[in-house]
Design a protein around this ligand. Structure first.
Ligand SMILES: Cc1cc2nc3c(=O)[nH]c(=O)nc-3n(C[C@H](O)[C@H](O)[C@H](O)COP(=O)(O)O)c2cc1C
Length: 378
């Protein structure tokens, strides 16, 4: 059904217009009584076995929507209605900005991929904070808020820009993400170097603590798949040193490997970040490397090319407590979460693990220190 809609309508439209149209339908459905509860009942069945605890929250399951889909926090309920167990809004910057000139989003349909150079188009932290403050949630989900740097702000003032966003947005966030990995803001990814990242994360942590009393808002950093292995290790070490709550791996890639021969060269040559199936292998490698370094001391979120329940399951075994997707949602449509939940529940059932928590990072454990097979023991 969605395949037909995609081929006959969305695929013929400019991808950004198609996104706005689809998102407006989702928001309209979430506002319509009966339609919203029925949609949630049909599309977002919850499986008890998939419940997870992460970042101080009890979640319905491990699969969430990655940042970039709902940049201004306009449709959290609609996305929760479709079954996303957590929704990460943003990237929000200190000031409002239009992003890069259009056209800035490209579909590589045959490769199940996208290239985007949106450039953090968003309404800015004050406007998004006001919207979140006025929000009356109709469906329960965990809300992540992803913050980044305003393009016009010089790199020397980047910390102040992130702090502005953290102070405004932390009170509304279940977790906060420092995004230093989008390829479409010049110089942003240089902030991943530990000499820049240490003061940035320290300042954002302090800003969140100033802005929110009575609870500690978990703080995560989101990294690029293009980091060299040593730099991945350095971020992992820094995260431990600073007591960070988690790392999100990964953002889009500037590499063009992994693309089939089917996508037109004119598209693959577009500048921007590549997402979807072609980034999956490197995202998984980065996740594995992080887990080897941090173990279960901090929460890892796996993202990049996750399309099937098997993809998500592989990330969980590799060390991810939570997983996210964006590109697959565009290609798979509104029933995607239903398929993911069902498939993951079946994979867990067929596995030696009694709970998802037991499966997290299981591939790294030796047979001796391996998972306790409660099912076999029962
Ligand atoms: C159109 C588009 C916009 C995105 N915008 C953001 C963003 O604003 N902030 C961010 O951290 N990641 C952003 N991302 C990256 C995604 O959150 C995700 O990390 C990446 O796409 C890999 O996951 P996927 O293969 O499931 O899409 C964006 C991705 C796409 C496709």
């Amino acid at each position: 059904m969605y395949g037909l809609l995609f081929r006959t309508l969305f695929a013929r439209m400019d991808p950004e217009r198609a996104h706005h149209l689809a998102f407006s339908w989702i928001r309209a459905a979430a506002r319509t009584p009966v339609v919203n509860t029925l949609t949630a009942a049909v599309l977002a069945p919850r499986h008890k076995a998939l419940r997870v605890e992460a970042l101080g929250r009890r979640m319905h399951g491990p699969v969430g929507l990655a940042a970039g889909f709902d940049k201004n926090a306009e449709g959290i309920d609609g996305l929760a209605m479709l079954g996303f167990d957590h929704v990460e809004v943003g990237t929000v910057t200190g000031r409002a900005q239009p992003g890069n000139p259009r056209k800035r989003l490209f579909r590589l349909v045959q490769d199940r991929a996208l290239i985007n150079r949106m450039g953090f188009n968003n309404e800015g932290s004050a406007a998004v904070a006001a919207r979140l403050a006025a929000r009356r949630p109709a469906f329960r989900t965990t809300l992540g808020v992803n913050i980044g740097k305003t393009k016009a702000v010089p790199e020397a003032e980047a910390v102040h820009d992130y702090v502005t966003s953290a102070e405004a947005l932390a009170p509304h966030a279940d977790y906060l993400v420092v995004n230093v990995s989008s390829p479409n803001t010049p110089g942003l990814r240089d902030l991943q170097a530990t000499e820049h990242l240490r003061p940035l994360l320290t300042a954002v942590r302090e800003a969140a603590d100033r802005a929110v009393t009575g609870r500690r808002v978990p703080l995560l950093v989101k990294i690029a798949p293009d980091l060299a292995d040593e730099d991945v290790d350095a971020v992992a070490d820094l995260a431990l040193e600073l007591g960070l709550d988690g790392i999100i791996a990964t953002n889009t890639t500037i590499a063009r490997e992994g693309l089939g021969l089917t996508s037109p060269a004119v598209l693959t040559a577009e500048t921007g970040g590549l997402s979807g199936a072609p980034v999956a292998d490197r995202s998984l490698q980065v996740l594995r490397r992080l887990h080897a370094r941090v173990g279960d001391r901090i929460t890892l979120i796996g993202v990049g090319g996750i399309t099937t329940p098997e993809d998500a399951w592989r990330r969980i075994l590799a060390g991810a407590t939570l997983v996210q997707g964006y590109t697959a949602f565009l290609y798979e449509g509104p029933c995607w979460m239903r398929r993911m939940h069902r498939g993951l529940a079946a994979l867990l059932e067929a596995s030696p693990y009694a709970t998802l928590a037991e499966a997290v990072g299981a591939e790294h454990r030796t047979p001796d220190g391996g998972p306790h097979d409660r099912k076999a023991a029962a």
